[in-house]
Design a protein around this ligand. Structure first.
Ligand code: FAD
Ligand code: FES
Length: 278
């Protein structure tokens, strides 16, 4: 069955888009925390994207992606009605959804869309969900309305102060943790420096903290080793052992180093693609 793009919406024009894709089996099986691996052409690379939402009745999944390099630029060229060659999933371990009382879900950039599905899961099991979302400025903020439809509170931080707290999400998080001794869990999804900062903010409060890691992935099923991360001194494959891990045990330095391993090749590949396709 073809994976047709049922709907496409530019969230930040030319930079971040949302796609609703026909994928009935994935929509039925996917749980918060799962991701898919897409391939756009027979020789193309495989890229992992988080399942931001599902509609099992309609047989669709939602993805939200930022245009960063060649494959996401190719994806951005597709329009409603086009087919995606392969959509493989649901992959990864689903989020552990324990009833813990209050859960604070922190999201930054496109990580907000990924966090949205996790936050929804916590809401469904009866947790009180506080979302803290951040962006550089108000126009770059994603999913505020969607989160507000089920979260108990949505707190916003922007770097330039154009909306909500002026500063980082972690400042809002620290203030909240100092005021509320009953937070059972914190979840952080976003750029690696943000997830590391979330881990350092919650560490003194001794709150269980989960981050969703985004190392380079190839097969997404535990065979190639590309997504190797170190957690608590042990090697883990993020695609099958994660992508969610205990934030206080992650080796973020190694993750940053490994994410940057192919930057030159990625840039060259993107430049060639842009020269050929405008
Ligand atoms: C489990 C998981 C979930 C993700 N969910 C999302 C999401 O919901 N939305 C979103 O915008 N991005 C998500 N990403 C990141 C996304 O996969 C990369 O942005 C994408 O692969 C970039 O490909 P590119 O060819 O456009 O850019 P490239 O120029 O190839 O790469 C740009 C940067 O993206 C990262 N990257 C490149 N290739 C891969 C790869 N195969 N696997 C992982 N990272 C890679 C590297 O940091 C690289 O420097 C996720 C990554 C993981 C591991
Ligand atoms: S992506 Fe290959 S082992 Fe995880």
């Amino acid at each position: 069955m073809p994976n047709t793009i049922v709907k496409k919406k530019g969230l930040i024009p030319g930079r971040v888009s949302e796609m609703i894709i026909s994928a009935p089996e994935i929509a039925t099986k996917a749980r918060p925390g799962n991701f898919v691996v897409l391939r756009l052409s027979p020789q193309g690379e495989r890229i992992p994207l988080t399942i931001a939402d599902t509609d099992p009745q309609a047989g669709t999944i939602t993805i939200v992606y930022m245009v960063l390099g060649k494959t996401t630029a190719m994806l951005e060229k597709l329009v409603q009605g086009d087919d995606i060659l392969d959509v493989c999933g649901p992959l990864g371990k689903p989020t552990r959804l324990d009833k813990v009382g209050t859960v604070i879900c922190v999201g930054g950039g496109t990580g907000i869309a990924a966090m949205h599905h996790i936050a929804k899961g916590h809401h469904r099991v009866g947790n009180r969900v506080v979302a803290i979302i951040g962006a550089r400025s108000k126009d770059l903020l994603l999913f505020e309305k969607e989160l507000a439809s089920f979260c108990d509170e949505v707190l916003v931080a922007t770097d330039d102060g154009s909306y909500g707290h002026k500063g980082f999400v972690t400042e809002v998080l620290a203030k909240r943790l100092a005021q509320d001794a009953h937070v059972g869990e914190v979840v952080g999804v976003g750029p690696v420096p943000m997830m590391r900062a979330v881990a350092e903010t919650t560490r003194p409060f001794k709150v269980r903290t989960i981050v969703s890691l985004n190392p380079i992935m190839v097969d997404g099923i535990g065979m190639c080793g590309a997504c190797r991360v170190t957690v608590g001194g042990k090697t883990r494959f993020a695609c099958v052992d994660g992508p969610e891990f205990d934030a206080h045990s992650v080796d973020f330095d190694e993750l940053m180093r490994r994410l940057g391993s192919f930057r030159e090749q990625e840039q060259a590949s993107y430049n060639t693609y842009c020269e050929c396709h405008g």
